[in-house]
Design a protein around this ligand. Structure first.
Ligand SMILES: Cc1cc2nc3c(=O)[nH]c(=O)nc-3n(C[C@H](O)[C@H](O)[C@H](O)COP(=O)(O)O)c2cc1C
Length: 306
């Protein structure tokens, strides 16, 4: 049973990849995930300069998942270089995706140029965080022409494969994916968190997050994410990193059948710890054996066949 995936020319030993944001960019903790079964990892989105993010509380759980308003905090791309080098040293066989952001197009292009020189296998363009609108305006991935402009500008300066990370908070994600593909994207990551959402404390009679609103992830996002992956697969020829609420083997299979080649896993890390990678890959193998498939690529997009 072959569960390895060649994605944009890069070999992943299995389809599971840590979604951006969960373990920052610390080389040792990202490498610990592959030691526990992840096929590859994605670093947290980096901007040019350090960012404090939003004030606490920034992450809450609720019965359907998580809501977060971390606000893209981080140390800035220059300081993070040694963490990518450390990861490479500790996990030479498992690909790493460098995620980038920018306050504006000029910064995005500059950060992309720097990330392109780091020891990462591909870049992910975070065009879709739903909890920094007050600072940066509407996410790029909510608008086809902004998606085209930003993807084209980054394509010009980046030699490595790029995946454009899309938002579920749009009426037609297929159209945005098509636009990114036409502008030079090699892959699509679908999706970022949805919302923003809000949770209120009835005793305090106030929103609980200091930022009031945050992006929703985990199981509540899964059916939306499956539909987004399905729509993106229908719209483009480039491969997809399917992300959003994957918690168990069944979720993973749904995402693959909808059209995902790689599986971004985030919130499950918090609810199921590091065991989730092996558990998911074992379940995919069991399914392949039971259903008579020998290579995982045979499953991708099968839900589209009538
Ligand atoms: C605490 C937290 C931080 C996140 N940080 C980032 C980030 O820096 N960049 C990004 O592209 N997505 C970020 N995300 C979104 C995730 O990468 C992922 O797209 C989303 O959570 C859906 O996947 P999940 O349901 O498996 O968590 C973050 C999500 C959470 C919960």
């Amino acid at each position: 049973m072959n569960v390895s995936v060649n994605f944009c020319g890069i070999d992943f030993p299995n389809p599971t990849v840590i979604a951006s944001g969960y373990l920052g960019v610390t080389g040792a903790s990202l490498a610990n995930c592959v030691r526990n079964g992840a096929g590859g990892v994605t670093g947290k989105t980096l901007f040019m300069d350090p960012r404090p993010g939003h004030p606490n509380p920034t992450i809450l759980t609720f019965p359907g998942g998580l809501i977060n308003a971390v606000g893209l905090c981080g140390e800035g791309i220059r300081k993070a270089k040694h963490e990518f080098e450390k990861y490479r040293e500790l996990a030479p066989e498992n690909p790493i995706i460098g995620s980038i952001g920018g306050k504006n197009l000029k910064e995005l292009v500059e950060v992309a140029e720097i990330m392109n020189t780091y020891p990462v296998d591909m870049l992910e363009l975070n065009f879709s965080c739903p909890n920094v609108d007050d600072e940066m305006g509407r996410p790029i991935a909510c608008d086809p022409s902004m998606t085209a402009e930003a993807t084209k500008a980054i394509r010009k300066v980046v030699t490595k494969p790029i995946s454009v990370k899309l938002s579920p908070n749009v009426p037609n994600i297929g159209l945005i994916a098509k636009t990114a593909e036409a502008a030079g994207a090699d892959a699509i990551t679908a999706v970022n968190t949805m919302g923003p959402g809000m949770l209120i404390d009835p005793k305090l009679r106030r929103p609980i997050l200091a930022n009031k609103v945050g992006g929703v992830s985990g199981q509540a996002l899964k059916p939306i994410a499956v539909r987004c992956v399905y729509d993106v697969y229908k719209a483009v020829q480039i491969p997809i990193i399917a992300t959003g609420g994957i918690t168990n083997g069944r979720d993973a299979l749904e995402m693959i059948l909808a059209g995902g080649s790689l599986l971004g896993i985030g919130s499950a890390l918090l609810s199921h710890d590091m065991a989730c990678f092996t558990m998911i890959v074992d379940k995919i193998r069991d399914y392949m054996k039971e259903e008579g498939f020998t290579d995982i690529s045979e499953l991708v997009g099968l839900a589209h066949e009538i």
